[in-house]
Design a protein around this ligand. Structure first.
Ligand code: ZN
Length: 360
C-alpha cells in the first residue's frame, strides 16, 4: 500500500504503518496537549494508542495465523486508523474457512479483554464503573475496554471490517459467491452512510471510517466481480504476445529507446529464449542517473514471479498485484512466450463483458 512504512517483521510477515495511522497518533498527542498542557498526559495518551496498536497487530495475526492453517500465506499487515489490514495471498474459497479467518481477529481481542479483566479482578484494581471511558480511568482498564470496542466494532457487518467478511461468508453458504459479496457490500455501504451521518454530528473519526468502509465495500465487490469474470479463462488468451525484449548485451540506452518508441513499460531480458529477469520502468529511471546509458540493462533487472502458459488467469492475479513486478512473464517449456499486465487483464475483462452483453 502506498504511504506506508515497514516497522517490524513477525513470523515471516511484514507489518507496515500507514501515514493516516501516524496522523491519528499525532492527533491524539496534540489533543491531549491541548487539554492539559502537560507532557505526562501526552505520553500517557500516546502510550495508550501504542498499546492499542499492539492489540490491533495481535488481532491481525489472529487472521493471518488462522489463514495459515488453511495453507494461505499473508503478504503483509498494514495499520490504518480503523484498525489493521492483513493482505492475505488469497481468501479461502470455502465459505466456512473464510468465516473462521474473519472471526479469528475479533476473537483475539475478546481473549485479551478477558485476560485483562481477570487480572483486574484478581489484583482488585477495578475502578468505579462510572469513571471508565476509553479516554479516562486506569490504563489497564482502558486497554481492556478498548479491546471490547475493537471486537465489537470489527464485527459490524461492513467491508472491510471482519463482520462484513463474516456476513459474506455466511451468505455464501446459501447463495452464489458474487451475489453474496454484492449483498454484503450493499449492507456495508448502507452502514458507511450511517457512520457518515453520525460523524457529521461532530465526530471526524467516524467520517474517516465511513470513507474507508465505502471505498472498501466498492473494492471488495469489484475485486470479486473481476475474479469471477476471470474464472476458468486460460492465461494464454489474455497475455500480450507482441512485446519487445532485451538481451544480456543490451544497454540502458537500448531500454530507453524501447520505452520511448512503444507503450511497453517493463522489458524482459531474454537469453536464448529464456527469461533472465525484468527491467522495469522504475528500475530504469533509478539506474539511469547512477550508471548512465552505456551500462548493461541486465545489471539493473530484477527477478519477477513467472507464470506458466497452462495456468488460469485468476490464479495469476495475486502475483500481478504484488509489490515488485507489474508485468508477469509467461513461460512455456522454459521459453518466454508472453507477458501479462494488469492493464491487459483489465482490457480483457472489458471485452469479455462487452461480448457477453451482445446477442450471439
Ligand atoms: Zn480484523
Amino acid at each position: 500500500m502506498p504511504w506506508s512504512w515497514k516497522v517490524v517483521r513477525i513470523a515471516g510477515i511484514d507489518v507496515y504503518v500507514h501515514a493516516t495511522f501516524l496522523m491519528l497518533v499525532a492527533w491524539i498527542g496534540w489533543s491531549h496537549w491541548n487539554e492539559s498542557h502537560h507532557l505526562g498526559a501526552v505520553i500517557e495518551g500516546v502510550g495508550f494508542i501504542l498499546a492499542l496498536f499492539t492489540c490491533v497487530v495481535m488481532h491481525e495475526f489472529g487472521h493471518a495465523l488462522t489463514a495459515a492453517r488453511y495453507g494461505i500465506r499473508t503478504r503483509d499487515i498494514t495499520l490504518l486508523p480503523i484498525g489493521g489490514v492483513a493482505r492475505l495471498e488469497r481468501m479461502p474459497d470455502v465459505p466456512l474457512q473464510e468465516l473462521w479467518v474473519a472471526l479469528a481477529g475479533p476473537a483475539v481481542n475478546v481473549v485479551v479483554a478477558a485476560v485483562l479483566a481477570a487480572w483486574l479482578q484478581v489484583s482488585g484494581a477495578w475502578e468505579a464503573v462510572d469513571g471508565i471511558g476509553v479516554a479516562t480511568g486506569a490504563f489497564v482498564e482502558r486497554v481492556m475496554l478498548a479491546n471490547v470496542l475493537l471486537a465489537a466494532f470489527n464485527l459490524l457487518p461492513a467491508f472491510p471490517m471482519d463482520g462484513g467478511r463474516a456476513l459474506r461468508a455466511f451468505l455464501a453458504t446459501r447463495m452464489e459467491y458474487t451475489r453474496a459479496t454484492q449483498r454484503a457490500a450493499t449492507v456495508g455501504q448502507g452502514m458507511a452512510i450511517l457512520f457518515g451521518l453520525i460523524g457529521l454530528q461532530g465526530n471526524p473519526i467516524l467520517i474517516f471510517i465511513a470513507l474507508f468502509v465505502w471505498i472498501g465495500a466498492g473494492q471488495e465487490a469489484s475485486g470479486v466481480l473481476m475474479k469471477s469474470a476471470l474464472a476458468g479463462i486460460p492465461l494464454r488468451r489474455a497475455m500480450l504476445t507482441h512485446f519487445r525484449t532485451l538481451t544480456p548485451a543490451s544497454t540502458l540506452g537500448d531500454a530507453v529507446d524501447l520505452l520511448l518508441t512503444g507503450s511497453q513499460q517493463d522489458f524482459p531480458v531474454v537469453a536464448q529464449g529464456r527469461f533472465e529477469g525484468m527491467l522495469t520502468r522504475s528500475d530504469l529511471v533509478k539506474a539511469l542517473p547512477q550508471r548512465g546509458r552505456n551500462a548493461l540493462a541486465a545489471d539493473s533487472m530484477r527477478e519477477c514471479p513467472t507464470a506458466q502458459a497452462s495456468e488460469m488467469l485468476e490464479t495469476v492475479l495475486g502475483r500481478l498485484q504484488g509489490r515488485d513486478c507489474h508485468t508477469i512473464p509467461v513461460l512455456e517449456h522454459g521459453a518466454l512466450i508472453g507477458l501479462v499486465t494488469m492493464d491487459n487483464v483489465g482490457e480483457f475483462v472489458m471485452i469479455h463483458a462487452a461480448e457477453r452483453g451482445t446477442p450471439g
